[in-house]
Design a protein around this ligand. Structure first.
Ligand code: KIV
Ligand code: ZN
Length: 518
């Protein structure tokens, strides 16, 4: 593949993605996702924002130490302290990168109260400083798509002259459209001296649902790095989804003759892992990785598929790592069969982990005759109970027409069991009231969602719960053949994540503002 045809994939799931409210990941989870990204062929991994917290710093440093092939990048605002901290974290990587940025649009210039000349000086000083530390420096004019063209050209030129090797053009608020996205890159390539010596990147948010189209349009105009996240995770409506750009470039190579180095057969696995650790379930109809992306419901479609799969499929399920779903395990299946099936689904388990999952699998197999791949995936996404502060240990609900709805519950909170009986408008309401009585909190329930994993009345229910407390958001997920049990477990999972968030913001880890440049 020639340099001209190669498009670098820059994944920011662990930075921009993790920024999405409620998507906080643990240190171990970040390392695991970074390992999968590296293995899949991601060119650059943005591992975090080292100045943001001790936790972010530690994660970026550990990811830098573990990375085999990918460039490891950290984010820094336009000040020396951020840049130094970023370098301290990424310098351990075989191939480190510093990514520094400042908001250049009129709205963003007003926040640090810098005029155009002052901001230009700041860009020169900070990019020069970064380049003195690291020979791989990326610079971003945040809100580029709403920055005056002349000023954008001026700042990009300054950053290139100061040594930036990649210039990223963010559509921070998801405002641009494909033709405009292409025109902006073309304009920069034509007008900015030195533009042909650096790589232009595109970083699109999805507020109008155009992020992937905007990224691809930028590539057609000359950008050679796409910034994206797994499952499109990210602030508000998220970012360009990695799996979408990779498959679009692969399937429509006839009209977009560019290559990525991504092994697409790893897409489904990493999508599931990110959904699991971030608590953000993938919508069923999401392109490429949604549960329905390869499902065929109508008779005409099913008939066509049986005769020739190409009638209704433009890519094969195997291309994204999807195995044909079949009945896999039952209550007589042993540990080895479970381990091997989980490995096939992308979950490599250590002995201790397998022990815990096997117990949960046996319980499920006793309740359900046929255990499908999707059941196992839901089981794996049901959280790691051992690390939790709060655990559901017993639940009995009573409900029915004209009867009082009540829940008798026992929770183990930091190793100590307590029980209560509560009532409510329905069984789930009664059970949630019992949780509140045993673990009093002010968190507001923002989302409560139930979906069946497979067909039939014995199907497991997956439940997602989203809580908000003092601006902090936490999401929880669980699955069980008993919908009320799944609901309480998801609620408890969200509370556990909220407790972690409370602990994080209570220590020496002040939340940083993107606007704070000085
Ligand atoms: O969306 C954005 O502008 C960003 C920058 C920090 C690059 O994420
Ligand atoms: Zn962004």
């Amino acid at each position: 593949m020639s340099e001209q045809d190669k498009v670098f994939i820059f994944d920011t799931t662990l930075r921009d993605g993790e920024q999405s409210p409620g998507a906080t990941m643990s240190h171990a989870e970040k390392l695991e996702i970074a390992g999968l990204l590296d293995e899949m062929g991601v060119d650059i991994i943005e591992a975090g924002f080292p100045i943001a917290s001790e936790g972010d710093f530690a994660a970026v440093k550990a990811i830098s130490e573990q990375a085999k092939n990918s460039v490891i990048c950290g984010l820094a605002r336009a000040n020396f302290k951020d840049i130094d901290r970023c370098w301290e974290a990424v310098k351990h990587a075989k191939r480190p990168r510093i990514h520094t940025f400042i908001g250049t649009s009129p709205l963003h210039r007003a926040i640090p109260n810098l005029n155009m000349d002052e901001m230009a000086d700041r860009i020169h000083e900070t990019v020069t400083h970064a380049r003195n530390l690291c020979d791989n420096v990326q610079w971003s004019p945040m809100d580029a798509t709403r920055t005056e063209e002349d000023y954008l050209c001026r700042t990009v030129e300054i950053a290139i002259k100061a040594g930036a090797t990649t210039i990223n053009i963010p559509d921070t608020v998801g405002y641009t459209a494909p033709r405009e996205s292409a025109a902006l890159i073309q304009m920069l390539l034509e007008r900015v001296p030195g533009a042909d010596e650096i790589i232009f990147a595109t970083h699109c948010h999805n507020d109008l649902g155009m992020a992937t189209a905007n990224s691809l349009a930028a590539v057609e105009a000359g950008a050679r790095q796409i910034e994206c996240t797994i499952n499109g995770l990210g602030e508000r409506a998220g970012n360009t989804a990695l799996e979408e750009v990779v498959m679009a470039l692969k399937v429509r190579n006839d009209i977009m003759p560019y290559q990525t180095g991504i092994d697409s057969t790893k897409l489904m696995n990493i999508s599931r892992r990110v959904a699991s650790v971030s608590g953000f379930a993938v919508q069923f109809n999401k392109a490429i990785v949604g549960k329905n992306a390869f499902a065929h419901e109508s008779g005409i479609h099913q008939d066509g598929m049986l005769k020739n799969a190409e009638t209704f499929e433009i890519m094969r399920p195997e291309d994204v790592g999807l195995q044909a779903t079949n009945i896999v395990l039952g209550k007589h299946s042993g540990r080895a069969a479970l381990r091997s099936k989980l490995a096939e689904l992308g979950y490599e388990l250590g002995d201790n982990q397998l022990k815990d999952v096997f117990v949960r699998f046996k319980t499920l197999a006793d309740q359900k005759k046929e255990v499908y791949d999707d059941d196992l995936i839901a089981l794996m996404q049901s959280g790691d109970a051992e690390a939790d502060h709060i655990r559901l240990t017993a639940l009995k609900v009573s409900c029915g027409m004209g009867l009082e709805k009540s829940a008798e519950m026992t929770l183990e909170i930091d190793g100590k069991e307590s029980s209560v009986r509560a009532t409510g408008d329905g069984p789930v309401d009664a059970a949630f009231n019992a949780v509140k009585a045993l673990f009093p909190h002010q968190a507001r329930l923002q989302v409560y969602q139930v979906a069946a994993v497979t067909e039939g009345t014995d199907a497991q229910a997956t439940v997602s719960v989203r809580l908000e407390e003092d601006g902090k958001i936490a999401t929880g997920q669980s699955a069980d053949v008993d919908t009320v049990v799944a609901s309480v477990k998801a609620y408890v999972d969200a509370l556990n994540r909220l407790v972690v968030r409370r602990e994080k913001s209570g220590g020496d880890t002040p939340e940083v503002s993107y606007k704070d440049v000085s």
